[in-house]
Design a protein around this ligand. Structure first.
Ligand code: ADP
Length: 343
């Protein structure tokens, strides 16, 4: 975009020069005119010649100022008043102008863009707070409920154990939630650079699979993994979250006895990782939002996550300079694909 401020400054200087020159010309013109006219009308005029010249030049000066004020200054003071309202936290402002001056139009356009962005950020912030509060409320409510049930006398050992298990699983949920929120906020203010090291991506994926083994064997999933040996230079700790979340989701959404297909390849200096499942796939209306914070498209699995997994994945892959995308498979289920340049 061109720099409207610079051009406006230039234009204002031109207006200033026009006013000053108009003043000088009007004084000059008035003196010449009066030196010819004065002798003819002198009889009727009682005021001295210099007063009339001054009066004439004041009229010309005021006319010029009104013109400049109408054309430029009123638009600028309007902008300045709106700026003060923005400074006080009022972002719901849209300025309109009928000005023919390009630079004023540019500045108004930038101002409107700024207020739009600010209101969107403000909305995100308040959404974030209400989402966090909501996500905390559910497990805390559950813990409270089961703790109260535990206070009952005459509980069987089985009931007691069942309630304790619920309390533990909800504290686990809370701790995952806190961990994810902390990680996301840390990643939003950090670059990945500091902790890069060389390591084998295929080994990391295998370790993740071993860690998740109780979940996929409990569901009797058909595992099909072809992982090429890939040496990678990156942040191992963060990349773990990428694989853990993507594979974890595939397992979570897969039906009993479903497929879990993993591929890791290196092609033309890029690392390509895909994970496929034979679950329900992702609705078209949810597809564009699955990487948003706290977004959970599928209500049947709401209790098993917090909607932060994919936004973490996206943030980490972004920081690694790569891309992550999802698509539905023609045969059912979905496929997530991560592509990262091998540095
Ligand atoms: P969650 O904790 O809910 O899994 P994520 O951020 O990991 O949060 O995922 C966001 C949403 O994306 C999920 O709620 C679900 O609707 C959708 N999703 C993610 N992975 C899959 C998958 N493999 N199959 C179907 N839907 C998925």
């Amino acid at each position: 975009m061109k720099n409207p401020n610079k051009k406006l400054k230039l234009r204002l200087s031109v207006y200033f020069i026009i006013i000053v020159s108009a003043e000088l010309f009007s004084i000059l013109g008035a003196s010449i005119a009066f030196s010819y006219l004065f002798p003819l009308i002198a009889d009727d005029i009682v005021l001295p010649e210099w007063v009339l010249i001054l009066a004439f030049s004041v009229v010309v000066g005021v006319a010029c100022s009104i013109f400049v004020n109408k054309v430029v200054l009123s638009k600028i003071s309007n902008l300045s008043r709106s700026m003060s309202r923005v400074a006080q936290g009022e972002f719901d402002i849209e300025l309109k102008t009928d000005s023919k001056i390009d630079e004023i139009q540019e500045i108004y356009k930038s101002f409107n863009l700024m207020t739009r962005e600010l209101s969107a950020t403000e909305m995100l912030k308040s959404d974030f707070v209400s989402n966090v509060s909501h996500e905390f409320k559910t497990p805390i409510g559950a813990i409270e409920g089961y703790a109260m049930l535990l206070q009952e006398k005459n509980l069987t050992d089985e009931e007691r154990e069942g309630y304790l298990e619920k309390i533990l699983s909800n504290t686990g949920r809370l701790s995952d939630l806190v961990g994810n929120i902390l990680l996301i906020s840390k990643l939003e203010n950090q670059s990945i650079g500091e902790k890069r090291e060389k390591y084998r991506l295929d080994e990391q994926i295998r370790k993740t699979l071993v860690m998740l083994e109780p979940k996929w064997s409990e569901k009797e999933l058909e595992l099909d993994a072809e992982l090429e040996n890939v040496e990678y230079f990156g942040n191992e700790g963060l990349m773990f979250h990428v694989f853990n979340n993507l594979i974890g989701n595939a397992i979570k959404f897969d039906p009993r006895g479903g497929d879990l297909i993993l591929r890791l390849q290196e092609r033309d200096g890029y690392v390509i990782f895909t994970v496929e499942d034979s679950g329900p796939g992702i609705n078209e209306e949810h597809m564009s939002r699955i990487f948003d914070k706290f977004y959970q498209g599928d209500s049947s699995h709401k209790g098993e996550g917090n909607g932060l997994g994919l936004s973490l994945v996206k943030r980490i892959v972004d920081l690694e300079g790569g891309t992550v995308e999802a698509e539905n498979r023609a045969c059912g289920g979905c496929k997530f694909k991560v592509i990262i340049k091998k540095s």
